[in-house]
Write a protein that binds this ligand. Sequence first.
Ligand code: IPM
Ligand code: MG
Length: 325
Amino acid sequence: MGVAAIEAEGDAISDQTMQLCRESDAILFGAVGGVPRYEGPETKIQPERALFRLRKELALYANLRPIRPFAALLNASTIKADVLRGTDLLVVRELTGGIYYGKPSEIRETAQGLEAIDTLIYSGAEIERIVRTAFELARDRRHKVTSVDKANVLSSSRLWRRIADDVAADFPDVTLEHLLVDACAMHLIRRPASFDVIVTENMFGDILTDEASMLAGSMGMLPSASLGTRRTAHGLFGLYEPIHGSAPDIAGQEKANPIAAILTVALMLRYSFNLKEEAEAIERAVEGIVEGGYRTEDLREEGKEGKEVVGTEEMGRLIAEAVLG
Ligand code: IPM
Ligand code: MG
């Protein structure tokens, strides 16, 4: 998919590849985008389209992005360790609706010159299913949901808030808090430990999770799982992707952090294959290696003793070795 598929097959993802994905139990996805020759305004096929097609056609509407900074990385973050301590949150991002998919979406000529339009549309049913997912997940955690919207400006957010209140009535054991997205952006770095599950629409979730990744020290640390309702013989069908892009600026330089991709595999084992212990083994291995002082370039702490900066391959090898024990 992506640039490779555009160059080999003429589309960001071919129908055959889509079919192969549909027939699989899970999809492990690398990263997409950021290739300069496909980013200009003249680009006909955006590589990102592959991702949008996978998410939408496979009905993977719930994107789970867990953020739990490792104790050993508290000082690698730009946020103070005291503020970070105890942070363990899960962003549930709506993934198949909103402004990413609303039509019309175009740049067009008018008598007054060019104009552009994007459409933010949500059905009540789309809102309800994602909010319900968030409440269900909160039941296995600390029983708190923060619903994030922009209800002081957007109609879609006013409907979102109304439905969140309705769903909350079915979960008396879970506390619901509403936050405006701008305030949420602030509280994420002011009181990150106070959040449990955050549920929000597609674009707010995109933006807030890049911000939240800084709590974990780097974008290169954050995995994600995109789920729907389809079950296979082994678990939930899902698409698994790190939250970061393909970082072509550092391609081939051994600087990329493989941890987000590795933790993504752990999520895949947990949700799509019901392999809980195996998932935990990977997560423990990653944490152990980080605790042992190994860092990729993005986590470099200037002047710190006992930290070793290793390349992408070496980091992967160390973690694989730790998994095998
Ligand atoms: C993400 C990414 C994608 C998105 C890009 C690559 C289109 O930023 O998964 O967060 O905006 O959804
Ligand atoms: Mg993003």
